[in-house]
Design a protein around this ligand. Structure first.
Ligand code: M6R
Length: 588
């Protein structure tokens, strides 16, 4: 999603903005730009494509400026639509979506104003320019007219040493150090040893004025005292550490991520949560994408071990489904970033309807963490590649532990997770065998992933991963459902990956293997049921270590992640930055 960086201080702004934007590249974007104020005038440089296209702007003079990476929502990716947007001496960068942009634009046009872009964001510059008074009051008056979500940083020709920022449902952090004041949509863009960092809450404003400490205000412009947040400046510098891509590095980090993310829920810190688990009668798990898949895995484990009604919902569907939230519902909101707009909205709705909300997130101080009653942190470490890998396995570690605690709270038990790390390591090593499968996948027409139960969820996750970075059409399908229609798509150019880790369901899934083989498909097996390996119809396989079937996605996900990675590379794609996608989806 879009990224914002702003700076005001004693140094030249342009290099700071460009370096900051580079650190936000992982979020996904399609154009970028910066504006620097010098002598009361703005110089703007914008480009379609990568931040490196702005390198000529590095030498611009000016000690106040804002920069932006844009992920197109309104209007195609182009130089014209890239931010910053200027109007009437006002310069704006914006993340989010102005839902009433068309109506606001019509009002501005009726005043005789013209627009230079097709974006929803440009209207903010027009609204601020139309206001009287100082920049803070003008931004607040403009913000009051906006429907939707925004994080904005605003400059004015008449206040050259000041940036005014505002936030609603889109993250923004402020940094303050000896070298000046910073604003960004994420900590890595402004992290540095000794620099204090503060997060803005929804409805808040910040004024960054050269030579002073940042000032924060609530929606009524009453001054707000803020505590700086603790962050690790070293950890926030994303590095590949010898790996060719972040995605491969992050897959290699899965075993540690899993070990670190298994919480000890019997510890005092979780006693209040444990009490709530004891009272819980229904579980609503809300999440998007890969996090939704980890929610589905948890649902299987909770039903198996705790015998508690649990449902996993796609957050964007949940929020508009008028959900029934019975008394004693615990809503578990799962999100790597903690900033996914749909997940935040779904969790807020569950809360509004009486559920307690438990956040399972990888990002401390995220919006999800702040709005939840309880937090179960995953400790995967920063994930840079757009495709979620180690965060998925870390979520499973936390969610399976939660399923175990729910079982315990009902006098039942779940198999321990303690010995899982070596098995994960083994699965990662075994998974490298998928590299030799490339000839079957690189030119494939489409790919099917099959499984039953928890293996079906793993199949869906494998398929999502392959789609997003290889751009091959693919589906995860329940093995038993294939013959009800989808089998018509299978032919000799449709490799099929079958995930078989539950001995009780192995024969059933193998029936589907026979069916697709009979239609000409090459079949690849990811299994820990060794008997399946003797099937002559299998082209190649990965043998995983044995583990509790409900936990097996923790292992089978590794060869699936590696398969997606190697296919993406073999097809010439950048697995870290897939086209059209963003790491953190902060708009609806
Ligand atoms: O940050 P979140 O976990 O809330 O993100 C949810 C999805 O956007 C995310 O998992 C997405 O599906 C991944 N790119 C998949 O690899």
């Amino acid at each position: 999603m879009c990224g914002i960086v702003g700076y005001v201080g004693e140094r030249n702004a342009a290099p700071i903005l460009l370096d900051g934007l580079q650190k936000l590249e992982y979020r996904g974007y399609d154009s970028a730009g910066i504006a620097v104020a010098e002598g009361g005038k703005f110089t703007v440089v914008k480009r379609k494509g990568r931040v490196k296209g702005l390198s000529a702007a590095r030498s611009l003079a000016g000690k106040t400026g804002v920069g932006h990476t844009r992920w197109a929502t309104h209007g195609a990716p182009s130089e014209r639509n890239a931010h910053p947007h200027l109007f009437g001496g006002i310069c704006v960068v914006h993340n989010g979506i102005v839902e009433n942009a068309a109506a606001l634009k019509a009002v501005c046009e009726a005043r005789g104003e013209t627009f230079s872009s097709e974006t929803d964001s440009e209207v903010i510059a027009h609204l601020v320019a139309a206001e009287q008074g100082d920049l803070l009051h003008a931004v607040r008056a403009a913000a009051e007219k906006l429907v939707g979500s925004y994080a904005i940083a605003v400059l004015s020709e008449s206040a050259p040493d000041t940036i005014v920022c505002a936030r609603k449902a889109s993250p923004l952090v402020v940094g303050y150090g000896e070298d000046g004041l910073f604003v960004a949509s994420d900590i890595p863009a402004i992290a540095a040893a000794g620099r204090r960092v503060y997060t803005l809450a929804d409805g808040e404003f910040a004024v960054l004025k050269k030579g002073t400490a940042p000032a924060f205000y609530d929606a009524s412009l009453r001054s707000v005292e803020k505590r700086e947040i603790a962050y690790d400046a070293e950890e926030d510098i994303p590095e590949k550490r010898g790996f060719r891509h972040f995605m491969k590095k992050e897959i290699a980090e899965v075993p540690e991520a899993v070990a670190r993310s298994i919480p000890d829920l019997s510890k005092g810190d979780f006693s209040e949560l444990y009490e709530v688990l004891c009272q819980t009668e229904y579980l609503h798990i809300v999440a998007c994408g890969t996090a939704y898949h980890s929610g589905l895995c948890m649902k299987h484990a909770v039903q198996k071990f705790a015998r508690l009604p649990a449902e996993a919902f796609i957050a964007s569907e949940y929020r508009y489904s008028d959900p029934i939230v019975p008394k004693n519902t615990l809503a578990v909101a799962v999100s790597q970033s903690g900033e996914t707009a749909d997940t935040l909205a779904a969790a807020a709705l569950a809360k509004e309807r009486g559920a307690r909300v438990l956040a399972v997130t990888n990002v401390p101080y995220s919006s999800l963490e702040r709005m939840s009653d309880f937090v179960l942190p995953t400790r995967a470490g920063r994930e840079i590649a757009v495709a979620a890998t180690k965060s998925f396995n870390a979520q499973l570690a936390a969610l399976y532990a939660l399923a175990g605690a729910l079982a315990e709270s009902r006098g039942k038990s779940a198999p321990p997770l303690a010995g899982i790390q070596p098995l994960v390591r083994e699965a990662a090593a075994a998974g490298e065998r998928v590299r030799s499968w490339m000839p079957y996948f690189v030119g494939a027409k489409s790919v099917f992933f099959l499984g039953r139960g928890a293996d079906y969820v793993a199949a869906c996750e494998g398929s999502l991963k392959l789609k997003e970075i290889s751009y091959l059409p693919s589906e995860g399908y329940p093995a038993g459902e294939l013959k009800h229609g989808t089998l018509a798509l299978v032919d000799g150019r449709t490799p099929v990956v079958a995930v078989v880790t539950d001995p009780a369901l192995a024969d059933k899934t193998m029936n589907a293997v026979h069916e697709v083989y009979a239609r000409g498909a090459a079949v690849f097996l990811i299994t820990n049921v060794s008997a399946c390996l003797s099937c002559a119809e299998i082209t190649a396989s990965v043998l995983l270590p044995k583990c509790e079937p409900a936990y097996s996605p923790m292992l089978s996900s590794l060869p699936l992640q590696l398969l997606a990675y190697y296919v993406a590379i073999a097809r010439g794609n950048d697995p870290d930055k897939p086209r059209n996608l963003a790491k953190s989806v902060t708009v609806e």
